[in-house]
Design a protein around this ligand. Structure first.
Ligand code: TXA
Ligand code: MG
Length: 310
């Protein structure tokens, strides 16, 4: 692909207007959401969407999440059964993606990879909200990292990996949640497709019953592959003592500690940034045990994929 010059845009009305204009003309713009940075393109423009796959070096059978500012903008794109509407009311905007039947012709077929469903999300981040409103069209955005690598939680992470491949990065500082969105499907019952920034327990409390985790119709998607979200260094889990590099949690102090007080929200927000930092200085990153509850489930999901054989 031909190199492009990558602009850094500030979180100002001018920066937002410039970013929206680039999206409208089919260029790629990385932007912050409360989960991770997304690599945005106009979801109705097939060529723009194709550039995402090119920039990320991503297998094109993997479908993308579409971002809209509010429910009114979601309605022309997907069917919203009653359960999905109730969940949307409770958790949107926020770190949740819903997989719903797509309306014909709503977005480029490249976005859905030909599936009859569309993954859709209303992010809460004020810059994402402002950008989506200004762009005035659905924006397809995977995490703004090369395929298989760790998701970016700062504009610098995006710049390090994608400079020369995308038109601009809208800089909104570090992401609050730090883990990708939770993905919920409805085929036909509510099913957890990916643990993420919204804890499973919160969804189950709203639904009044446990979620299914059986995924009969999962596409063959990198985010679902055993080895994904991986740093260059090898990753070893559940380590409490080592002479080498250790990513700590709670009382397991470590080279860096995700949360000395054992707070899973703080740990989630630090996870990818700390993996990025430790990755440059070592060939193995050891990681302390993380409890398998609340956001700990999503943290462990990402860590298991980072540690999987490749
Ligand atoms: O927090 C997030 O979700 C971030 C921000 C930018 O919104 N996005 C993100 O996108 O993590 P990505 O592409 O890295 O992960 C999207 C996941 C993939 O594993 C993909 O296979 C799945 O969503 N997905 C997309 N469309 C789907 C569909 N129709 N059915 C099932 N899974 C789908
Ligand atoms: Mg990703």
């Amino acid at each position: 692909m031909n190199p492009v010059s990558t602009q850094r845009l500030a979180a100002t009305p001018q920066g937002i207007a410039d970013a929206a204009a680039l999206l409208q003309k089919g260029a790629l713009v990385a932007f912050p959401t409360e989960t991770v940075y997304g690599l945005g393109a106009d979801a109705t423009n097939g060529q723009a969407v194709a550039r995402i796959f090119e920039a990320k070096n991503r297998p094109s059978f993997n479908p993308l999440i579409v971002h809209v500012p509010d429910l009114d903008a979601a309605k022309p794109l997907v069917e919203l059964p009653q359960t999905a509407q109730d969940i949307a009311q409770a958790f949107w905007p926020g770190p949740l993606t819903l997989v719903l039947p797509v309306k014909p012709g709503a977005v480029s077929d490249l976005v859905t990879a030909g599936l009859p469903t569309l993954a859709i999300r209303i992010p809460a981040h004020p810059l994402a909200q402002a950008l989506l409103r200004k762009a005035g069209r659905p924006i397809a955005a995977p995490s703004a990292n090369p395929s298989g690598a760790i998701s970016p939680t700062t504009a610098d992470h995006v710049a390090a990996a994608l400079t020369g491949k995308i038109a601009a990065i809208l800089d909104g500082g570090p992401c609050d949640v730090g883990l990708e969105s939770t993905i919920l499907g409805f085929a036909p019952i509510p099913t957890l497709l990916r643990p993420g920034g919204l804890p499973q327990e919160a969804l189950e409390a709203a639904l009044g019953h446990p979620l299914s985790t059986h995924q009969p119709d999962m596409p063959n998607a990198p985010g679902q592959l055993a080895s994904h979200y991986a740093p260059d260094a090898k990753v070893r889990l559940n380590v409490t003592e080592t002479e080498g590099t250790l990513l700590g949690f709670g009382p397991v102090k470590g080279t860096l500690n995700l949360s000395p007080g054992g707070d899973l929200t703080e740990a989630a927000a630090n996870l990818f940034a700390y993996l990025h930092r430790l990755d440059s200085g070592t060939d193995t990153i050891h990681v302390a045990p993380i409890p398998e509850t609340g956001l700990g489930r999503a943290i462990n999901d990402r860590l298991r994929r980072a540690a999987a054989p490749r």
